[in-house]
Design a protein around this ligand. Sequence first.
Ligand code: SF4
Length: 221
Amino acid sequence: MKALYDLTPFTLLDFPDIPAAIFWFAGCNLRCLYCYNPDIVLGSAHIDEEKALSFLSKRRGLLEGVVLSGGEATLYSNLIPFCRSIKALGYKIKLDTNAMRPDIIIALLQENLLDYVALDYKAPSSEMLRICGGGSEIRFWESFHLLQNQSIQFEIRTTFHPDLLSEDKIITMADALKSEGYKRPFYVQIFRNEVPTLGNIASSERIADYPLLERYVTLRN
Ligand code: SF4
């Protein structure tokens, strides 16, 4: 079955503390203006599960984890059996997700198929349509509470482009997380990209220094 758009054979940056491969799943249920993976979001899968699993089989002992990224991995119809196969080879799994499929997240959690989750908190409800072309903050909170109620390691992250989302809105999001009992870092990636994006946006010309934000979130440049 065609599963992946692409495969990155090695990363030390994307799975905390372990060497990993990245599996890039095609397609997404959002259309974020700042998305720098338009080819993956609009493209289709052309790497078979069998080929991806064969790759992992040969890398045992060299890699320890697999990052499920995209696009949006939770849209892949065979994701749960695929994760079972990855686990059977002895790998840890990290899911990078836009949080819009809590039904899939709970199914993965119930089978202990996840070791780490990076959950996007895209924006407050009022901004989702404008920035992400759809989606729902309610679904984010559903996914958040599933993770918050488990012992699994996870992080919350968002992308910040000052022309799309104000610092005040980010602080409101940080406060909302805190009031829901979230004690881990809220990672905010400042958008600085000159590659094509879904919304054809460029980096902001505002000076990228946000001392107020740094009191509330963990900035990633
Ligand atoms: S940035 Fe948005 S559109 Fe791009 S893959 Fe992530 S959720 Fe999908």
